[in-house]
Design a protein around this ligand. Structure first.
Ligand code: SAH
Ligand code: SF4
Length: 460
């Protein structure tokens, strides 16, 4: 086998310019720390309540708007604390105003996205306004159908940078006389690879004295970081856990969700089932439907055999088009047949429609747009690679690639991996599928090369 031709590194977010502003963000500060800071400034204890009101109950967007505080105190606070960690936000409406996509620029120039979605009430459900937030700038997992995956990993977000996306949305909604009802961690990044900050942000968002959302109104989505799921289960939270499944069979999931090479699908589902048992919460599964790739009846059967009897719910989501893939969304009949097969196995299914396609509402698309269109030959090579890799995956061949750098050690292909299906061990071994530019999710500095030594497994 010849080596695959080298592929230029993926695009990345527009180069982050400035140094990061190291002042803590008010939105991530614990009440006690705020009180401590005000005491240091010689302020009476009731000031903490005034500042908290400005942060959590008012329309103020910066220290200058907090007119309940004297100007010198505002200046002293501004020296130590950022009122808002988002430097600039651009909002684009879509779906006749039912969807609003926001692109946030952080202090060092990184771009992250949040999406507000309004769902009108009906006979059987209440009106909802859901915010989809980002937990990282970019993502190390590198799912090929995802615009964020293509950008690669830039950095973890701080607690305040996560919370401030919600504060922004709340201010925009309040100005229109509406309120935020739900938050989903389904924007850019893998929340369970920035779990400390995500847990703290969820605590702020559900604290009645701060953001004040009901814990049951928060959903955290993961592509399958098993130690993170186990850690969440031990906390017994009231949030909903969503698993991005996208394939029930390892060869295909190795390609669609490269983290599967570290934590195979059966381990992910076992951890999610344990989470459901320990927390009493129903786990939901996201399944992006890609035409001719993961949408056959055999795929539905593989999902059914994993989830049967677990009480889980599957959301089928037609793939949003992403420029660098040769793939498109499954058609409505295929999605319906897939959903019907799952229902026949006793599994609850919702077929979701895409929101805000005209503003690139699939996670990471707006930031990818800002990064500029990749050159046509680069796109063509990526597409070719995906065609070859998906053909191998559909033949049942497991990827010999290591998991994305920074997310854990390769489990090593199971015995018989790479064999043609049905052939006995050691016979008819087929070559491993070619690399799809594997370091797609690698930090910028590491892109373009395979790590020489497997990275240490992340601690729990
Ligand atoms: N990293 C986490 C959370 C963010 S991604 C995760 O993967 O679960 C949130 C959801 O957006 C995932 O279910 C992901 O599969 C979905 N998504 C990404 N790209 C998409 C696309 N092109 N079309 C439709 N859904 C997409
Ligand atoms: Fe990362 Fe989720 Fe996108 Fe996969 S789907 S690359 S895990 S953000």
């Amino acid at each position: 086998m010849t080596d695959p031709p080298s592929v230029p590194p993926p695009r990345s977010l527009p180069v982050a310019t400035g140094a990061r502003d190291r002042r803590p963000g008010l939105g991530g500060l614990a009440e006690a720390d705020l009180a401590g800071l005000l005491a240091e400034l010689g302020e009476p204890p009731f000031r903490a309540r005034q500042v908290a009101d400005a942060a959590w109950r008012s329309a103020a967007a910066g220290w200058d708007d907090v007119t309940t505080l004297a100007r010198p105190l505002r200046a002293a606070l501004a020296e130590r604390l950022r009122f808002d960690t988002v430097a600039e936000t651009t909002v684009r409406p879509a779906d006749g105003g039912a969807t609003e996509k926001a692109l946030h620029r952080l202090s060092d120039g990184q771009l992250v996205e949040s999406v507000l979605m309004h769902y009108p009430g009906g006979a059987d459900r209440r009106e909802r306004t859901t915010l989809c937030l980002s937990s990282q700038a970019g993502c190390a997992v590198g799912c090929p159908f995802c615009a964020t995956g293509e950008l690669g990993f830039e950095r973890d977000l701080e607690v305040a940078e996560i919370v401030d996306q919600a504060r922004h949305a709340r201010r925009r909604l309040a100005a229109a006389g509406r309120r935020l009802t739900n938050v989903v961690f389904m924007g850019m990044g893998e929340p369970l690879l920035n779990l400390d900050a995500v847990l703290e942000a969820a605590a702020v968002l559900t604290d009645p004295a701060r953001f004040g959302l009901g814990a049951r109104h928060i959903t955290i989505s993961t592509s399958g970081v098993v130690p993170g799921i186990e850690r969440l289960a031990r906390l017994r939270p009231q949030w909903t856990l969503a698993i991005s499944l996208h394939a029930g069979r390892d060869p295909l999931r190795d390609l669609l969700v490269p983290l599967n090479r570290r934590w195979p699908v059966a381990e992910v589902v076992a951890a999610a089932r344990a989470y459901g048992r320990e927390t009493g919460r129903r786990v939901s599964y996201e399944y992006v439907m890609i035409d001719g790739i993961n949408d056959t009846i055999a795929d539905a059967d593989a999902v059914a055999s994993l989830l049967r009897g677990s009480g889980a719910h599957v959301n089928c989501i037609p793939m949003n088009p992403v420029a660098h893939t040769p793939w498109r969304a499954s058609g409505p009949e295929r999605i319906e047949a897939f959903a019907a097969r799952l229902r026949a196995a006793g599994i609850g299914v919702t077929v979701r429609r895409n929101r805000g396609q005209e503003v690139g509402a699939a996670c990471g698309q707006l930031a990818a747009e800002q990064a500029g269109a990749p050159a046509a030959p680069v796109v063509a090579r990526r597409r070719e690679r995906l065609v070859v890799a998906s053909a191998a995956a559909l033949r049942g061949e497991r990827s010999a690639e290591p998991p994305p750098p920074g997310v854990g050690r390769a489990p090593g292909p199971p015995p018989g991996a790479g064999r043609a299906p049905g052939s006995p061990p050691g016979v008819g071994r087929t070559p491993a599928p070619p690399r799809i530019e594997a370091p797609v999710g690698a930090p910028r500095a590491a892109r373009g090369r395979t790590p020489t030594r497997p990275p240490a497994r992340r601690s729990r």
